[in-house]
Design a protein around this ligand. Structure first.
Ligand code: KQY
Length: 379
């Protein structure tokens, strides 16, 4: 039996490790709803299966799937991937799954943020979201992890950490009036400190243009190691993304991390800009109160939305004109991991990408960064 704890990770001496530290596994959910995934979700299911298969070369993968889709998911996923029956309202494990925190004595516990579908009844993307809000608790229980339930609405895609005390996020998302309207930045920082063990929060401004999550950081900027971040970038001054990335760049160059270091900022070319086609819009079922997805809509495409596994980086392939250059840039940033590209336009059409559909389970034993540990042993 796992417990609901009434302390906080910081009080208990736990911290959120960086994604590039060692994992014991990774979780995904299975896409199904036909008002978000075109053609009855078949193309998206193939893309999710490709992502899960790529990650499974690096660490154990579990996919949560509804009773209705169990047989289909089981048949589309390799045997090595564990499939468990789990209800959800959609398939964004990064946002509805637990954020795991670890301690020095082998503790691993789950932070079960309150979820309101990216903005609740006034700004959210669908209703209901009650099953999504139970996913973190179910994953925690299966993983045998005790659980904290912070008094705060947050999605996992809204934060990135370096594992060494620093967190990056955006003002657009965290101060969105439909998340935690009663809290200012100082109060939010206190909760981030209490529940993730961070001591320094770096605030960027806006997220990627037309990102329906209100600017999730995981589409804009990510740590590649302590002291180094990668930022989605365009040199085209006529693209509205230019100003957003420029502002983020300036803030990052001004920032200091928890160890009082300046950050090294790597600019990563953006795909496109990409738009939803008529055929893609027409392949969706009508939605009862869900978000509109018209043809011609700009897609919030970014190569920063990658997943860092133990021995792989799984990146989105989105634009044949740019994929190769982006892959070369990412491979340089993660020289010790195998880069696997997965065609992920079908995931993008649903409003997110590879990072958004995954959630790592950090190792509770050795939590030293994999890449750093390997580099040291070579000297
Ligand atoms: O950015 C993410 N972490 C998730 C995107 C969710 C979009 C919902 N349609």
């Amino acid at each position: 039996m796992t417990k609901l704890l009434d302390t906080t990770p910081a009080a208990d001496g736990l911290r959120m490790p960086a994604e590039f530290e060692a994992h014991d596994g990774c979780w995904l959910l299975w896409p199904e709803r036909p008002d978000n995934w075109r053609l009855g979700a078949r193309p998206a299911q193939a893309a999710f299966a490709a992502v899960a298969t790529a990650i499974a070369t690096s660490e154990p993968v579990t996919v949560g799937v509804s009773a209705r889709q169990y047989v289909n998911a089981r048949s589309m996923l390799p045997d090595a991937i564990r499939v468990v029956e789990m209800s959800s309202n959609d398939a964004w494990m990064r946002d509805v799954g637990p954020t795991f925190v670890v301690g020095k004595n082998g503790e691993r516990r789950a932070v079960d943020w309150v979820f309101n579908a990216w903005g609740g009844l006034n700004g959210g993307l669908y209703f209901p979201w009650d099953q999504d809000d139970l996913v973190a608790r179910k994953v925690a229980e299966i993983e045998g992890a005790d659980r904290y339930r912070p008094p705060m609405i947050l999605e996992g895609g809204a934060i990135h950490v370096d594992g060494a005390g620093t967190l990056i996020t955006t003002e657009e998302c965290l101060t969105d009036p439909n998340r935690n309207p009663h809290m200012d930045k100082g109060q939010l920082e206190i909760l981030l400190h209490e529940y993730l063990g961070v001591t320094n929060v770096i605030w960027l401004g806006k997220g990627v243009v037309d990102d329906e999550t209100n600017g999730h950081i995981d589409n804009l900027c990510a740590f590649v190691k302590p002291g180094e971040v990668v930022l989605t970038w365009t040199d085209n001054k006529r693209d509205p993304q230019y100003k957003v990335s420029q502002d983020a760049y300036e803030r990052l160059m001004e920032a200091r991390d928890a160890n009082d270091r300046r950050l090294k900022v790597h600019k990563l070319i953006q795909p496109g800009p990409l738009e939803r086609t008529v055929a893609e819009a027409e392949g969706l079922d009508a939605s009862d109160g869900g978000v509109m997805r018209p043809a011609g809509q700009r897609l919030a495409a970014s190569y920063v939305n990658f997943y860092v596994g133990n021995s792989v980086v799984v990146m989105p392939l989105l634009d044949p004109k740019r994929d190769r250059e982006a892959a070369a840039q990412l491979q340089k940033l993660f020289p010790e991991r195998r880069l696997i590209g997965v065609k992920s336009r079908e995931i993008l059409l649903g409003g997110g990408n590879i990072h958004c559909i995954t959630q790592q389970v950090p190792s509770a034993r050795g939590t030293a960064p994999v890449a750093t540990a390997r580099r040291k042993s070579r000297r």
